[in-house]
Write a protein that binds this ligand. Structure first.
Ligand SMILES: Cc1cc2nc3c(=O)[nH]c(=O)nc-3n(C[C@H](O)[C@H](O)[C@H](O)COP(=O)(O)O)c2cc1C
Length: 205
């Protein structure tokens, strides 16, 4: 069984319609460690030792967040700036994250067609997330296609929220049980509830 860590960052949780439900699911799955970063660090005074220790104890690292200004909420940038230290996460002897899996789990207010070169936002979501992807690469982690929900404000009204929530639960369980096909996911642009590459059993059985 893999140890899965969800680092949840949402600065406006009382207005959240989707992430708050996703957070409940993540928090309720046995074997998944769920951390609400804004609850733990309301003044952004991140405890580097605690966070590095958490990373060492887990195999799969997930950032769960709503996209804010085409990026992560600020606490996740602060977390990266402080926690991913030279000599720990990267650099000559910084190999502590090597071989771990990194997965962004994202909601966006904009629709999927806005996230194209021709669309209103001019960039694919994956392109906007390239700093996260390259950070994972530098730390020798395996970057997995983001599990993404577009038009998140409409998702509960138009029936997309329930499958997305259920898919998130399946995704977390599969990562934990090592039945998630990481190689297949690495070839994908984005993950959704409909496209999760799951295997029947672990490759080691
Ligand atoms: C400060 C702020 C910035 C945002 N920036 C973006 C953005 O760049 N792109 C986008 O698609 N949605 C953006 N949104 C919309 C959020 O991503 C959206 O409200 C969220 O994903 C919905 O999830 P929730 O119901 O869990 O809050 C922004 C929202 C706020 C409050």
């Amino acid at each position: 069984m893999a140890k899965v860590l969800v680092l949840f960052a949402h600065p406006g949780q009382r207005h959240s319609r989707v992430n708050i439900l996703m957070a409940k699911i993540a928090g309720g799955i046995e074997g998944v460690t769920f951390v609400d970063l804004y609850a733990d660090y309301p003044k952004l005074d991140i405890d580097i030792d605690v966070e590095q220790d958490r990373l060492l104890k887990h195999d799969v690292i997930i950032f769960q967040f709503p996209i804010y200004w085409y990026s992560t909420p600020s606490i996740l940038k602060e977390w990266q700036d402080l926690v991913l230290e030279y000599g720990f996460a990267y650099g000559h002897t910084g190999d502590k994250l090597a071989g771990k899996v990194f997965l962004p789990v994202i909601t966006a207010g904009g629709p999927d067609h806005a996230y194209t070169e021709e669309g209103r936002n001019h960039f694919r979501l994956r392109a906007l997330l390239s700093p996260l992807e390259q950070t994972a690469n530098l730390c020798r982690m395996r970057f997995i296609a983001p599990y993404a929900l577009f038009s998140a404000h409409d998702a509960r009204g138009d029936g997309r929220a329930d499958p997305h929530l259920e898919g998130y639960g399946r995704l977390l369980q599969a990562l934990r049980d090592e039945t998630f096909d990481i190689d297949a996911a690495a070839r994908m642009e984005l993950l959704s509830a409909e496209t999760l590459p799951l295997r029947e059993s672990t490759p080691h059985e």
